[in-house]
Design a protein around this ligand. Structure first.
Ligand code: MN
Length: 496
């Protein structure tokens, strides 16, 4: 569903005609080598495509115009091997609609002490050429990522890779469609928001479909299709005999499988990248989608419960940004607390729908009453989640802007069995500590719903926020509450 190798980043080198043909030939040669080096690197997941050196206002404008309309170009990397007078860049940068990374590098890593002469000096000018370029980008108030270091340096490659993944997530949002079955869970504030503004700022659309539209597709699912999927369930998950074919509670699993097939068909036919539903609007459905949502998320769809389209879209972006990396990305909710002063923990979960890609080992397929919604007992996958560094992220609508809030956390293996808890669960410790982390989150207006990631870092999300023009607030190991509250206060002025 997600293939990063189809995506391209264009490598654009700036220069000028002043240097003469011989120097410009060398500039092109070096630039080709760098682009090839990045493209061939195992550390970079997208293609890096060399573009002919740009030397004039017209060439810059033309190249950026092409980048804008290229379907697979997710961003540009710019580098000034020589000096490239930056007034030439104004027209091009003015129309740039793709993310930009400014690579402040140099072809040679070392100064050739014994042979360096003025020819060398005239060719290898990024130390000042990139400053001239940086000025105009700053003067034009353009967001970009600046990466400094030799282009073969592992850390530099890692920073480019992180940005490219963020750009891929952004690219995927452009024109993306999300379905909201029914409306918001009644009276909930934080999950609601301005869908028009979101489409304008983020490029994806969220539209409501009546649950009846989905029910019609579910009802058209054939017995053979359901039978095939149940065979897959039985082969993949631990299941009690009562739930297997012929068991007395098998009908619940049958209905769940039918819902999964119907939902998948609905999403595929409509070209949707994710969805949200609500247990308050399930007319004509037998149960709330549990295992269906869990498995669709594991396959790359965005999802969040209760009409929360912002989190559904964020989960989808996480799926794209984390594609191919070890670990999972999921819809999550801060559910309940363990306030032991020596071992404070958050238990994250949801009514049903924690992403099956987080499962530590084989998940168990279970059927239990939901307790709310008044529908039949839904089938869901129950599992624990492995420990390790992770983060929670929330997009909130502040009225005049969208805010991306993240909390770095440390997930821990459960120390106790939870035999009566019929849902998948994660335990984590928020950084810098439970009290500061939770207080900062609440001061920032962060939602109870989040996108939870085991493989994305603060840097991925900082890059993503810069590209998306999102306000970015981070709660991490070094967060102090007084400073964090000031940051919120100062941002109010910045976004006035
Ligand atoms: Mn919820």
């Amino acid at each position: 569903m997600i293939d990063l190798k189809k995506l391209e980043v264009w490598f654009i080198t700036g220069s000028q005609n002043l240097y003469g043909e011989e120097t410009l030939k060398l500039v092109a040669e070096h630039s080709t080598q760098i682009a090839k080096g990045l493209d061939g690197s195992d550390n970079i997941s997208v293609r890096v495509v060399y573009k002919p050196v740009v030397k004039s206002t017209e060439e810059i404008y033309e190249t950026i115009q092409q980048a804008n309309i290229s379907e697979n170009c997710i961003g540009i990397i710019t580098w000034m091997h020589t000096f490239s007078p930056a007034k030439m860049w104004i027209r091009g940068l003015n129309i740039l609609q793709k993310p930009m990374l400014h690579l402040h590098t140099q072809f040679n890593r070392d100064i050739p002490w014994s042979s360096i002469d003025m020819d060398f000096m005239n060719l290898n000018q990024s130390a000042h050429g990139d400053r001239e370029f940086g000025f105009i980008v700053s003067r034009m108030r353009k967001n970009r990522k600046v990466v400094v270091g030799h282009w073969q340096d592992t850390e530099v490659l890692g920073q480019i890779e992180t940005w490219a993944r963020a750009a891929a997530g952004w690219h995927d949002w452009q024109g993306a469609k999300f379905v909201r079955f029914g409306d918001n869970m009644r009276y909930v504030a934080v999950t609601d928001g301005d869908k028009v503004e979101a489409e304008l700022k983020f490029g994806f659309s969220v539209n409501t479909y009546g649950i009846g539209d989905l029910v019609a597709v579910i009802n058209a699912v054939t017995e053979t299709e359901v039978d095939t999927l149940i065979t897959e369930y039985e082969a993949t998950y631990t299941m009690d005999a009562s739930l297997r074919k012929g068991g007395e509670k098998h009908s619940s699993v049958y209905e769940a499988a039918k819902i999964e097939i119907g939902l998948r068909t609905f999403l595929q036919k409509g070209g949707f990248k994710g969805f949200s539903d609500t247990f308050e609007d399930l007319h004509g459905m037998v149960q709330l989608p549990g295992i269906a949502a869990q498995r669709l998320m594991a396959d790359g769809y965005g999802f969040a419960g209760e009409g929360d389209w912002k989190t559904a879209a964020l989960v989808r972006a996480f799926k794209v940004m984390g594609s191919g990396l070890k670990g999972g990305n999921a819809f999550m909710e801060d559910y309940t607390y363990h306030f032991d002063p020596n071992n404070s923990l958050v238990l994250g979960s949801h009514m049903l729908e924690i992403d099956a890609s987080l499962a530590n080992g084989k998940a168990t397929l279970e059927v239990h009453p939901l307790g709310i919604g008044g529908k039949a007992d839904p089938a869901r996958l129950v599992f624990n989640v492995t420990g390790g560094p992770a983060l929670n992220a929330s997009i909130v609508d502040m009225g005049n802007r969208f805010r991306l809030l993240i909390n770095e956390v440390e997930a821990v293996e459960p120390e106790n069995d939870l035999p009566n808890l019929p849902v998948a669960r994660v335990l984590w410790k928020p950084y810098p500590d439970m009290k500061t982390g939770c207080a900062a989150w609440i001061y920032a207006g962060g939602a109870h719903h989040t996108a939870y990631s085991q493989n994305l870092t603060t840097e991925h999300l900082q890059d993503f926020a810069d590209i998306a023009g999102l306000e970015f607030l981070r709660i991490g190991k070094d967060t102090r509450l007084d400073q964090f509250r000031n940051e919120i206060r100062w941002n109010e002025v910045a976004y006035k």
